[in-house]
Design a protein around this ligand. Structure first.
Ligand code: UT7
Length: 332
């Protein structure tokens, strides 16, 4: 009998209704559709505009859709992990707020703050609770409301990010399908290149920090770009090697959607054909912890039971890694 794996048995994505186009950004900052498309591949992103709505409201929609799709009752969920850097509040965590909003009264859970790698970190962590037989049904949410921490007068960051994400249900699988292996990495030196300067214990919120716009994303884009390509290529190569996978064995590579040029560089570094690389950055921009579940959700109808899928991400921290999973179900 194959070892017990944690399989994704359902996925539900969500993006807010409001579409922020490159044309609208042209009216806000000194930029152009041509620059944004050629330098990033992004044509539009979705923004959570509704007054009083937050990450947990997006999570509620994702998880309710997921439960309906998988015919699961909220009280059956044992655990809910939420990967995000834009939770409703600094504390408490958003995982518990989502659980309360969907009626998952038996679930415990917590948030994972690993920026763009958050979904990989959370998926890998959650899988262990299924593999060990500790829990039967675990939900992993990956999402961000990046619009809540963006300076819409800074053209170097506001054009990149968007809001959205997705949720997956993990259940035990004895047929060899599910999360097979992960290589996760972190290097705290990366905090210098991608961070929010104030609002934490290092620099608590004051009038001065607000005036100095220190509660927004700060990024040194070129440096992050180089580390991102190297980190994703290295970990994908390592995970393929240790699982004896050639490029022909891999049905899909699912890279974090930060920049089409990063995605193309990763594919080129792996000598992997772009036809089997998932890309939807043009529609959503970079949704941080939301990009990987949004990709799987968009491509769900093309995935078949037993498909070999490599997920890879790179983000703030730095955090990065690659996960090898075998897809567990055919299209509906
Ligand atoms: O997901 C988390 C991890 N994050 C990433 O992986 C992001 C990695 N970085 C990137 O994707 C890219 O570095 C960016 C998209 C952020 C920037 O692209 P770039 O090709 O690295 O541009 P750059 O920063 O080198 O800037 C090139 C030029 C500069 O002008 P000068 O100094 O050459 O005159 C910028 O001022 O482009 C200018 N520029 C813009 N021009 C029009 C920067 N942003 C814009 C803009 N519109 N929005």
């Amino acid at each position: 009998m194959a070892r017990r794996l944690a399989a994704i048995t359902g996925i539900q994505g969500y993006v807010p209704d409001y579409v922020l186009t490159n044309a609208e950004l042209e009216t806000m900052v000194e930029t152009s559709d041509e620059w944004i498309v050629s330098r990033t591949g992004i044509r539009q992103r979705h923004i959570l505009k509704e007054e009083g709505k937050a990450a947990s409201d997006m999570g509620k929609i994702m998880v309710e859709g997921l439960l309906k799709k998988t015919n699961t009752k909220p009280e059956e969920i044992d655990m809910l992990l939420c990967a995000t850097i834009t939770g409703d509040m600094v504390f408490p965590d958003t995982a518990n707020t989502i659980s309360e909003k969907v009626g998952a009264v038996n679930a415990f859970g917590y948030d994972i703050n690993a920026a763009c790698s958050g979904f990989l970190y959370a998926l890998t962590t959650a899988a262990k609770f299924i593999e060990t037989g500790t829990y039967k049904k675990v939900v992993v949410v990956g999402m961000d409301v990046m619009s809540s921490i963006l300076d819409y007068s800074d053209r170097t960051t506001c054009i990149i990010f968007g809001d959205g994400g997705g949720a997956v249900l993990l259940e035990a699988n004895e047929e060899g399908n599910g999360v097979v292996d992960s290589i996760l990495k972190a290097d705290g030196i990366g905090r210098n290149f991608l961070h929010m300067k104030a609002g934490g214990s290092l620099k608590p919120t004051t009038l001065e920090t607000v005036t100095a716009k220190e509660h927004f994303v700060y990024q040194e884009g070129r440096t992050v770009f180089k580390y991102a390509v190297r980190g994703m290529v290295d970990t994908v190569k390592q995970i393929m090697e240790r699982n004896n996978l050639s490029n022909e064995d891999v049905n899909w590579v699912v890279p974090h959607q930060a920049n089409i040029r990063i995605i193309q560089s990763v594919a080129s570094g792996l000598d992997f054909p772009m036809e089997r690389v998932m890309v939807n950055i043009q529609n959503y921009g970079n949704t941080t912890a939301g990009t990987l579940p949004l990709c799987l959700w968009d491509y769900e109808n093309q995935l078949k039971k037993g498909d070999n899928i490599i997920l890879t991400a790179f983000g703030g921290g730095f955090t990065w890694g690659a996960t090898f999973l075998k897809w567990a179900y055919d299209p509906a």
